[in-house]
Design a protein around this ligand. Structure first.
Ligand code: NIG
Ligand code: FE
Length: 429
């Protein structure tokens, strides 16, 4: 065993561990007092004060009071000793929904939206996704990879240690495969873990009908993605004027046959039934959900579909936010994500957490759970990812602040000071 790291003297270590006691309490239907969550709580925050984390072979070996932990695991024997005096230590963020691989710049659309143009009007004028598709098709592999690595650097600096990245700015077999290949290369090259999602059904390419294009996705793209063997999920933009529920279902069913787990962009701009579809096809998550109803929420909970809320998108669009309380109170394991893309230009999970609290009514504790362990569930990752319980991968964010509450509280500012991935220090602010 190698002592990879010891993070010591922290004001606070938040592990979000799941204990047997929690499971017993849940089975007894007991109310929880910690974690401040109203729903079907699977995880408590478990906050240790004046605490340390010891890491062996890249995994959390011990969490507890600094004295006993550092006697058993002396920091001077560790490859990385991190003095966290006065600082809070939390699991690295898991960002379960991004479109972080693209070329071009759409900052002018931000201005157009501020002048009152809608997202759909921009899309209909050949802007929006289709404009990024043109820029992405034209860009070299080197350019695209450098763009993605730059965004991953920014995410890491903001405490994200695992991120999902979707294809979907290719909209043809060749470019979709190229995007997935580059996502895979970025995963190899960068300390942040990257989870690849195929999203050929992100928009209808110029000059095609949606039906015709869905046939291409089903008959050409999905088989090619299957033999390439990189993508883990298949996502679709189920939206008024983009792909209908039936078209989306065709794509997701074909993806499932090719071994790709479904995800759905649902009820972002209008309610057309994407949430129910997610429940029916057994999706891992349904994302956006700005217009979901009570029935939709119930269907997600019943079918263990993780609602992934993306408040940055509502912020950027000037739209109404999803009703997070509705999901939490129905017992859903709500996750949050940045949705980083040219239409929602923020790589910061901290900012998403601030919006979740101020605009969607979540508590800081709920936002932290949503940004870590629940986000890991939205990516089908092992249960310990997004926690600092013993045995979890030592993906750790050390804050330049004494409590985890500073993540949402210090809005617009990066609260992250140091990041460890698998116990290695990979970022220092
Ligand atoms: O999640 N809704 C579709 N996809 C992205 C937007 C992508 C873009 O505008 O480039 C989203 O918001
Ligand atoms: Fe998206």
């Amino acid at each position: 065993m190698t002592l990879t790291a010891v993070v010591h003297d922290a004001a606070q270590v938040v592990t979000l561990e799941t204990t047997d006691e929690d499971r017993a309490d849940e089975a007894d239907g007991e109310e929880r007092t910690d974690g401040e969550r109203d729903g079907d709580v699977h995880t408590e925050l478990a906050v240790y004060e004046d605490a340390a984390v010891a890491v062996e072979d890249g995994r959390v070996a011990r969490v507890g009071p600094t004295g006993p932990v550092t006697r058993e695991f002396p920091p001077e024997n560790a490859a990385h000793a991190v003095d966290a005096n006065g600082k809070a230590v939390i699991p690295g963020f898991v960002d379960p929904h991004t479109h972080a691989l693209f070329a071009g710049d759409r900052s002018d659309e931000f201005e157009a939206k501020l002048r009152g143009k809608t997202y759909q009007e921009i899309l209909e004028d050949g802007g929006g996704i289709l404009r990024t598709v043109r820029a992405t098709r034209e860009a070299s592999d080197e350019r695209l990879l450098a763009n993605l690595l730059g965004h991953l650097d920014e995410m890491l600096a903001h405490g994200t240690t695992t991120v999902e990245v979707k294809s979907g700015y290719g909209l043809d077999t060749e470019t979709e495969l190229r995007m997935l290949e580059l996502i895979d290369r970025a995963d190899d090259r960068h300390p942040v873990d990257v989870v690849p999602t195929f999203m050929g059904a992100h928009a209808v390419p110029e000059g095609r009908s949606a039906d015709e294009y869905v046939e291409e996705v089903v008959h050409d793209q999905i088989p090619a993605v299957e033999s390439q063997g990189i993508a883990q999920f298949c996502d679709v933009f189920c939206e008024e004027g983009v792909f209908s529920v039936e078209q989306s279902r065709r794509v997701l069913e074909a993806g499932k046959e090719a071994g790709l787990t479904p995800k759905v962009h649902a009820e972002e701009l209008a309610r057309i039934g994407g949430t129910q579809l997610a429940a029916e096809v057994g999706a891992t998550s349904a994302d956006h959900l700005l217009h979901s109803t009570e029935e939709d929420v119930a269907a997600l909970v019943e079918n263990d579909v993780v609602p992934v809320l993306l408040p940055g998108t509502a912020f950027g669009l000037g739209a109404d936010y999803a009703d997070a309380r509705q999901f939490v109170e129905a017992g859903a394991d709500v996750a949050i994500a940045t949705d980083f893309n040219p239409n929602c230009y923020s790589q910061s999970m901290g900012f998403a957490a601030s919006l979740s609290c101020v605009e969607m009514g979540m508590t800081p504790a709920e936002a932290l759970v949503a940004a870590t362990t629940n986000a890991a569930t939205a990516l089908d990752l092992p249960a310990e990812v997004g926690t600092l319980q013993e045995g979890a991968p030592a993906d750790i964010a050390v804050l330049d602040a004494p409590s985890y509450v500073h993540v949402p509280y210090n809005f617009g500012v990066n609260a992250v000071d140091t990041v460890l991935k698998g116990g290695e220090v990979v970022y220092r602010g």
